[in-house]
Design a protein around this ligand. Structure first.
Ligand code: SF4
Ligand code: SF4
Length: 411
């Protein structure tokens, strides 16, 4: 286990962190990466406020504030929240955590809830409310939340570009960006549609071809757009201490032994195109562990043999998948509204990780259409018309597999 023995010092405008890692007894320095368009030096590890510690069904305020400040005291300078996190309580909590001089030490990122925006005025309404909740007069990194092809079209029609221009002009927003949960083909057109400073994508060694994927990461970087990574641990599944036996056997072959969480984080940081990683840490131990890894996980750190081992782990995980869906979306639209790739993704997650609660929860959230600003798209909506069958390049018997999804993920 790593323990933080912090002696923060200041070098120029950048906080430098000295961390003593107990099991290795060495002094290491928290790494920073540069946001390409504005030169901001951001900590490679950011603090995400989506999964704060809970107590009796509510945010454990005292502990959450202490954790956020612990991270900032030790060099983290990018904190991320959003309107819907913790049913709207994450932003006010972060506002409280950033009192007493902490606001000046960090860049705040928060997000416009696109699915609640009905007109141009709503955009200002949400932003002004967020400034109030966070107790600040500007948002350093403001994201249009959870964009997909349809949701981008919707907010574009409502005047999002003019809103972003105006909010930057009057100083409420410093850097415009977006987070993405759409199909791969929707990513590049959104990148090209506005002068974004940054974007946020889901990325880990299992999602190299899912949503934006490696292609999207590299495309954004080629446009000098900074990339914030969410879900580097796939909702914590890649950090489970007890991996499936076939996976554990592979990790045991590594020359340098590392816990699964460390392999997953190092794989993401190995990409020079990545700016900041949000790991979803919410315990003091996770913060210490993640920071210790962040302190020496530079780009291109992993050896070719280690990268090859991670690829074998990724392939083995994929074999545990029940359906070979690549998420290409060719089967869409379904006349009954079934979001076929989403149904299959969470069905696979269930069989790969065995985490029924997590798979059911995510299936419900994404299947409901709320996040992607679509109509509900559950597997049980399938009327077996067969229209999707000839469109699937993987030749999946879609209606038959959907029946299994219903049986295992829908109550
Ligand atoms: S078979 Fe089911 S999933 Fe496929 S297009 Fe018809 S209703 Fe949609
Ligand atoms: S066409 Fe086939 S592989 Fe592509 S998303 Fe649909 S089910 Fe998956």
């Amino acid at each position: 286990m790593a323990c933080i023995d912090a002696e923060p010092t200041v070098t120029g405008a950048i906080n430098r962190l000295t961390v003593k890692v107990a099991y290795q007894s060495r002094i290491i320095t928290l790494l920073y990466r540069t946001m390409p368009k504005n030169g901001d030096k951001l900590s490679a590890l950011g603090f995400g406020c989506m999964r704060l510690p809970m107590l009796d069904g509510e945010i454990d305020e005292k502990r959450a504030i202490a954790q956020i400040r612990q991270a900032i005291d030790n060099g983290v300078n990018y904190v991320d929240t959003a309107w819907p996190y913790h049913d709207g309580e994450s932003e006010p909590l972060l506002g409280k955590a950033l009192k007493d001089g902490y606001r000046e030490k960090v860049k705040i990122a928060t997000k416009l809830p696109t699915w609640l925006v009905e007109n141009r005025e709503d955009m200002d309404k949400f932003l002004d409310a967020q400034l109030e909740k966070l107790g600040t007069d500007h948002i350093d990194y403001y994201l249009i939340h959870a964009l997909s092809g349809p949701s981008w079209k919707s907010v574009e029609d409502l005047g999002i570009k003019e809103f972003l221009d105006q909010a930057q002009k009057d100083g409420r927003i410093v850097n415009p960006g977006f987070s993405f949960h759409g199909l791969a083909e929707d990513f590049q057109p959104i990148v090209d549609a506005y002068s974004w400073v940054f974007c946020q994508i889901q990325y880990n060694y299992l999602d190299q071809e899912f949503q934006a994927g490696t292609k999207g990461l590299k495309y954004a970087a080629s446009k000098d757009i900074g990339v914030i990574i969410m879900e580097p641990l796939r909702g914590g599944n890649l950090a489970l201490p007890e991996a499936p036996p076939a996976i554990a056997e592979l990790w045991a072959q590594a020359e340098v032994k590392r816990p699964p969480v460390e392999w997953a984080l190092r794989w993401v940081w190995n990409h020079p195109e990545v700016t900041v990683v949000l790991s979803g840490m919410n315990s003091e131990e996770q913060i210490s562990q993640n920071m210790a890894v962040a302190s020496d996980a530079s780009a291109n750190y992993l050896s070719p043999a280690e990268l090859e081992l991670i690829e074998r782990v990724s392939i083995t995980y994929r074999k545990l998948m029940q359906v070979g869906c690549t998420g290409c979306g060719y089967c869409l639209p379904c006349p009954a509204g079934v979001q076929i790739p989403i149904c299959f993704d969470f069905f696979n997650k269930l069989h790969m990780f065995g985490n029924l609660d997590e798979a059911k929860h995510l299936y419900k959230v994404f299947g409901s259409g709320d996040v992607l600003q679509r109509e509900p798209g559950f597997a049980s909506q399938c009327v077996e018309c067969g229209m999707c069958l000839e469109k699937c390049p993987q030749q999946i018997n879609i209606p038959e597999v959907l029946k299994r999804v219903v049986a295992e993920l829908e109550d």
